[in-house]
Design a protein around this ligand. Structure first.
Ligand code: HEM
Length: 119
């Protein structure tokens, strides 16, 4: 999964090569994002580790002004890119798996970001 996701991000970022500085930042963040999501997916059946990973995701972003809503949007864009690169292989089951995975991430993230910002 990691390879497919990274490849689709690489492809997307190449379209912004005119702004090479922005593109480099995006590409580097794309890789960080893929690694972060990969760690979350690996731990979907390990509640303690999953929560730690999502807490880290929250703390990596909250002081940069990134909200849980921004990350939700980022995950939706990512699903669109994966759909584009997988074509027909992105079937109903894959779409549903992504939808549920995003919901889990965003539900925990919402709670973490609200409690961190009010702490
Ligand atoms: C599930 C989705 C995402 C994951 C797993 C992820 C992961 C990461 C990681 C690991 C870092 C490095 C943190 C550090 O070392 O300090 C980072 C930084 C950052 N993220 Fe994300 N991110 C995600 C979504 C987003 C979204 C949607 C945005 C913007 C709308 C965003 C904006 C940033 C910015 C501005 C930084 C600091 C610059 C950088 O390190 O590239 N992230 N992210």
């Amino acid at each position: 999964m990691f390879e497919v996701m990274s490849a689709s991000f690489e492809g997307d970022f190449k379209r912004t090569d005119k702004e090479s500085q922005i593109s480099d930042v995006q590409r580097t963040h794309g890789i960080k994002m893929m690694k972060g999501i990969n760690n979350i997916v690996i731990n979907l059946d390990n509640a303690g580790q999953l929560r730690d990973n999502i807490r880290l995701l929250a703390s990596d972003h909250i002081d940069k002004g990134i909200t849980a809503h921004d990350i939700k949007m980022g995950l939706e864009i990512l699903q669109g890119l994966i759909h584009e690169s997988l074509g027909e292989m992105y079937d109903v089951m894959t779409a549903e798996a992504w939808r549920q995975c995003s919901n889990i991430i965003c539900t925990i993230l919402d709670a973490e970001m609200v409690s961190s910002s009010s702490a």
